[in-house]
Design a protein around this ligand. Structure first.
Ligand SMILES: *[C@@H]1O[C@H](CO)[C@@H](O)[C@H](O)[C@H]1NC(C)=O
Ligand SMILES: *[C@@H]1O[C@H](CO)[C@@H](O)[C@H](O)[C@H]1NC(C)=O
Length: 512
């Protein structure tokens, strides 16, 4: 096994102490069906969603219905919210459709990001949508190139809400034999040839929600305009009129696109979007507001692990998986949303038209077949697989590709919090070494979690937590330090690597 290191590079504001977060795991899916109580209240929705969270979800669910749910498919029983995104389908070349397998449920990160450290809980009844289901193009320059550095966004005119929304989508090509791409690195759906060639572990769809609230409306006509993105999508300043900083939600959903490697066809989201530009997600809070506010204030362990917050009551994965909707409309109970050999699906559920853009989708129901352009005339952009690095600031998680890494040889089964047994990388012989200058003892070093990641490989689910030592040196030089041995906790594999930082003498301590 070729050793490789996975190292997170600390984000700028991770160093200023406001990077606390927790990762809400929702291993269970309550339903996949055409329901959307935000957009299509009380009626059948245009397209199929995968839904996670409260069993009280329905076509007409409101806050009381969610909080009245008897269970949640997420790990913390206090979380009766609802989280939903379009389902992903594979359009076979014979004209049939098949739901792509979702891997590991979904994760909703609760990122507590605010330069003023004054993050507020979602108020009772709050709901929002991120992304635009009708979008079919990218207007911020060449989408086949990595984003320009964040510091240039403003001068490039890329801090408008329209621009930030397009940067809030990510299509992360998963290849667990390589160093990971940064979150929100690629803003479109790669085509099948690219996925087949580069992404053997599937595709992770990512969606950052806006976190700047207008302070008064629980919802708005388009379900978006009561919220705004800060000027760096997840970080930065809130626009005028949207100064109340709420929790930043960040959804991750992994789709097993690799299962279709030997099939002919293309991937399309349930809303008829094969481009990815129309990816979106919905959120309705089902938290008790006071409880969530306590969690925001107290669950500040940088590990991101739910069990490190004493407030949450956790349930295991099997229990999360048992939680299903309490009521389902008769029509939708029998609607075929899965497809496949046993139950042929000849269109996307709801007969949604597939529209390739670049003009916005008509949002109408259609033939279920390609309309505005055909799949053969649409050419998806290509953005080369690139491990995250310090030069690609913009994602939540950044990784350095330098030296050696955790390799897993164990076959632990997945458990409540997916865990991994001590693996080969844990013995000191595989601990990475750097060309060393002064050795710092652990006591002088502060570790911060910079990245966490789930990898699923058959029955083995690993959680890998990347930690990095932050070393403050007072000269304007970089000091190399030796690497401390990785530390493994009973449930989480931890990889530590000392990282070099340069201490600039700014008042705010901006560190690079
Ligand atoms: C954070 O959680 C870890 C366990 O993952 C624990 O060892 C550590 O003491 C906690 N830190 C704080 C500040 O509570
Ligand atoms: C690109 O998408 C936007 C938003 O949907 C739309 O307003 C614009 O007309 C589209 N551009 C083209 C060239 O179709």
């Amino acid at each position: 096994m070729a050793p490789k290191i996975w190292t997170g590079l600390v984000l700028l504001n991770a160093l200023s102490g406001v990077s606390a977060f927790w990762r809400m795991e929702c291993r269970g899916r309550t339903t996949v069906s055409r329901m959307d109580p935000i957009v299509s209240l009380g009626t059948t929705a245009q397209h199929a969603h995968v839904v996670h969270g409260s069993s009280g979800f329905s076509e007409s669910a409101d806050y009381d219905a969610l909080t009245g749910g008897s269970c949640t498919s997420c790990a913390a029983t206090e979380d009766l919210s609802a989280y939903w995104t379009p389902a992903m389908y594979f359009a076979h070349s014979d004209g049939t459709f098949e739901l792509v397998e979702q891997v590991g449920g979904m994760l909703s990160y609760y990122l507590l990001r605010d330069p003023k450290n004054n993050v507020k809980a979602f108020p009772k009844g709050f709901r929002m949508i991120a992304g635009d289901t009708n979008r079919r193009n990218y207007t911020l320059g060449d989408v086949s190139q990595p984003d320009p550095g964040q510091s240039s966004w403003e001068s490039l005119g890329q801090t408008t809400q329209d621009a930030l929304e397009q940067r809030a989508l990510g299509f992360n090509c998963l290849n667990y034999n390589k160093d990971a791409e940064a979150s929100l690195y690629r803003h479109f759906m790669p085509d099948k040839a690219y996925l087949d060639a580069n992404c053997p572990d599937g595709l992770r769809l990512e969606l950052a929600f806006p976190s700047c609230w207008n302070g008064k409306d629980l919802d708005s006509t388009n379900h978006r305009s009561h919220m705004a993105y800060p000027d760096l999508v997840q970080d930065g300043a809130c626009p005028e009129g949207f100064e109340t900083r709420l929790v930043t939600l960040f959804y991750e959903t992994i789709w097993n696109t690799a299962a279709f490697a030997s099939s002919d066809g293309y991937f399309v989201m349930a809303n008829g979007d094969p481009t990815g530009f129309g990816y979106h997600g919905d959120f309705m809070t089902g938290w008790d507001e006071d409880f969530l506010q306590s969690a925001v204030e107290q669950c500040t362990n940088l590990s991101g692990v739910l069990s490190d917050c004493p407030l949450f009551t956790l349930q295991d994965e099997a229990t999360q998986n048992e939680c299903k909707l309490e009521s389902m409309p008769a029509l939708l109970k029998v609607e075929n949303v899965i497809g496949g050999a046993l139950d042929t699906l000849n269109s996307l559920p709801g007969n949604v038209a597939i529209e390739f853009g670049p003009e916005p989708a008509s949002a109408g129901k259609g033939s279920g077949k390609a309309t505005t352009t055909t799949s053969s005339s649409y050419a998806a952009p290509t953005l080369t697989y690139q491990p995250a690095s310090s030069s690609s600031l913009g994602g939540i998680f950044l990784q350095d590709t330098s030296t050696a890494s955790p390799t897993s040889t164990s076959s632990a089964a997945s458990t409540l919090v997916p865990s991994v047994k001590a693996a080969a990388a844990q013995d000191s012989t595989s601990a990475p070494a750097t060309t060393a200058a002064p050795t710092l003892s652990d006591s002088g070093v502060q570790y911060q979690v910079v990245s966490t990641e789930y990898r699923t490989n058959g029955a083995l689910v690993q959680e890998i937590v990347y930690e990095e030592a932050v070393v403050y040196v007072t000269e304007d030089t970089v000091t190399t330090v030796t690497v401390s041995p990785p530390v493994v906790k009973s449930e989480h594999k931890k990889q530590r690597r000392d990282h070099l930082v340069r201490h600039r003498h700014h008042a705010g301590g901006r560190l690079i």
